[in-house]
Design a protein around this ligand. Structure first.
Ligand SMILES: C[S@@+](CC[C@H](N)C(=O)[O-])C[C@H]1O[C@@H](n2cnc3c(N)ncnc32)[C@H](O)[C@@H]1O
Length: 281
């Protein structure tokens, strides 16, 4: 089942990893990390190792990259493709909030789309500062999930987006999720509080435009995700909102089918790539 960019299926960018790892983003990261021959880089929340493989493709040579992730199934996927030449890779299971490394053991540390899933953001950022040598780079890339842009040519599409935003936020809250949806723009302040001098912020929009009625799988995925989220909700009011949302989705799918080739849907979420320099103690 397709899990494409969708403000109608989740409150965060969690299904969109492949959407931001394009050449432009990989080139940016390779440049901003300032890798020198023999340097050691740490990737926190590395997932299936996309950064490691992309950076090797973008000229990173004679470096060691250590990737850590909380999820064993993600780490298992790092062995699914042949490891690139010229870069030494190591992967391990670890929590961003308690990194199993000595102080100042990396030249640069980076973290992409991870803190949006973490409840207490200060803890991992403190760890990034601890394990990075003074003067080293720290790059954190996170979205502002509260600033999603949405356009639909169908009237019900605009309503569906509004109800989806309320519904998925309520589902997250009712499940005890206290993550910060607008983490992206707050990173410079969080850096400054943990001994990291903010140097720059660059925005990368993660976007999809659909022209013409999307294939049935898109609608099926939206309906199925809404069904699963409704079943997960602990609160009766949230379940009712889920049922209302599914009805809206069905109506929206019908309107899109009637519009056919004239149907248009545009969505985008900004990713904030914040670069900082680890200050000396
Ligand atoms: C959206 S994926 C991003 C993966 C990768 N950084 C990328 O850009 O392709 C988020 C990853 O963060 C990991 N993660 C979530 N919380 C974590 C934590 N506290 N410590 C380490 N990894 C964590 C998840 O297991 C998942 O692999």
């Amino acid at each position: 089942m397709s899990r494409d960019l969708d403000a109608l299926t989740a409150s965060t960018l969690k299904y969109l990893r492949e959407r931001w790892w394009d050449d432009n983003f990989a080139r940016f990261l390779a440049e901003v990390l300032q890798p020198r021959p023999g340097c050691r880089l740490l990737d926190v929340g590395c997932g299936p190792g996309t950064a490691e493989f992309s950076l090797a493709d973008h000229g990173l040579r004679d470096a060691t990259i250590v990737g850590v992730d909380l999820a064993f199934d993600k780490l298992d996927q790092t062995t699914a493709q042949p490891w690139p030449d010229g870069v030494r890779l190591a992967f391990a299971a670890a929590d961003a909030a308690a990194l199993p490394f000595a102080c100042a053991s990396f030249d640069s540390t980076f973290c992409v789309a991870v803190l949006q899933h973490v409840n207490s953001i200060g803890d991992p950022v403190r760890e990034f500062a601890r394990v990075t040598r003074p003067g080293g780079r720290i790059v954190v890339v996170e979205p502002d999930n509260s600033a999603r842009y949405w356009y639909s040519s169908a009237e019900t599409g605009m309503q569906a987006f509004e109800v989806a935003s309320r519904f998925y936020s309520a589902v997250a809250l009712s499940g005890g999720d206290t993550t910060e949806p607008a983490v992206g723009p707050k990173l410079t302040q969080i850096f400054a509080q943990h001994g990291i001098q903010p140097l720059s912020v660059q925005l990368f929009p993660v976007s999809v435009t659909r022209i013409g009625n999307p294939p049935w799988e898109v609608w099926e995925n939206r309906l199925e995700m809404a069904r699963q989220a409704t079943a997960r909700a602990r609160d009766e009011a949230v379940r009712r909102l889920g049922i209302e949302y599914r009805r809206l989705l069905e109506r929206y799918a019908e309107e899109a089918a009637v519009a056919g080739r004239d149907f248009v849907e545009i969505q985008s979420t900004p990713l904030f790539a914040t670069t900082g320099r680890r200050l000396a103690e």
